[in-house]
Design a protein around this ligand. Structure first.
Ligand code: ADP
Ligand code: ADP
Length: 225
């Protein structure tokens, strides 16, 4: 099954306007690809990712995740994990406790090794045992990304994961994404910076003004390699 296939997707936030946040967007992502969704602020990246997570409803078009149509209100497949801005944690619990809680809520048996790996990705050091309310924005963000990866979803969706992180953290996040896609897993990552995605991604979908501008292997689009 193709991890993601989007066909003719359109979305306007207000029906009375002719301004589309996403307009007639079609692309697909094959297994093992790291796809960068690239475009300036306002290009429609977040709107696209929210639609494919079933958080907002398209006006037109179709989204298929592993062959299944995404329907409004329907739970997103357990094969998909996502990081979006503003993921909530219980502030009085530690980072470790939040991830443990999430792990159990998804109905999985205790798997300490996987939790340890995810907490390592978050790179919080000893702060994993401090309450999340004491965390900086960057720490919360890394914890949220680790949470999205916790269940080793076949398709991992990351909306601007490096926003607000410092350069060493950005490099670490790139490595995490590259390693994640080994073993045939698939990653979709949005960014407004080509420099952030050209080294990590195998493929790019470039958006502007809600529309697809270009799509293909990174080397074809960046023009070298
Ligand atoms: P992004 O980080 O994708 O650029 P923004 O920072 O522009 O998003 O928007 C932050 C929040 O405000 C999001 O929840 C978004 O849906 C909402 N938002 C963005 N633009 C508008 C708008 N024109 N009217 C109402 N809400 C908006
Ligand atoms: P990106 O993620 O590429 O920055 P967005 O999907 O956040 O782009 O936004 C695409 C367009 O839709 C922008 O013009 C933005 O202002 C608008 N928009 C985003 N969220 C909302 C919202 N909740 N209400 C109204 N307009 C929105």
């Amino acid at each position: 099954d193709v991890p993601l296939r989007i066909t003719g997707l359109s979305k306007r936030y207000a029906k009375a306007t002719d301004r589309y946040a996403v307009r007639d967007l079609s692309f697909q992502v094959a297994r093992g690809q790291v796809l960068g969704l690239l475009g300036p602020n306002g290009a429609g990246k977040t709107t696209t990712l929210r639609m494919l997570m079933g958080l907002i409803t398209p006006d037109a078009g179709e989204i298929r995740l592993f062959g299944h149509a995404v329907a409004p209100g329907a739970p997103v497949l357990s094969r998909v994990g996502a990081f979006v801005e503003g993921a909530g944690f219980l502030p009085h619990l530690t980072g470790r406790a939040n991830l443990e809680l999430y792990w159990r809520a998804t109905g999985r048996p205790a798997a300490d090794a996987r939790l340890a790996e995810a907490l390592d990705i978050a790179g919080l050091g000893t702060a994993v045992d401090r309450a999340v309310r004491t965390y900086s924005q960057g720490m919360r963000q890394r914890l949220a990304i680790a949470q999205a990866m916790l269940g080793l979803p076949e398709l991992l969706i990351l909306d601007e994961p490096t926003n607000g992180l410092d350069p060493p953290q950005i490099r670490a996040m790139r490595e995490v994404m590259t390693r994640y896609a080994e073993d045939g897993r698939t990653v979709i990552v949005s960014s407004h910076l080509l420099a952030e995605v050209e080294q990590t991604c195998t493929h790019l979908v470039v958006m502007a003004g809600g529309r697809l501008v270009r799509a293909g292997p990174v080397a074809d689009i960046v023009g070298h390699g």
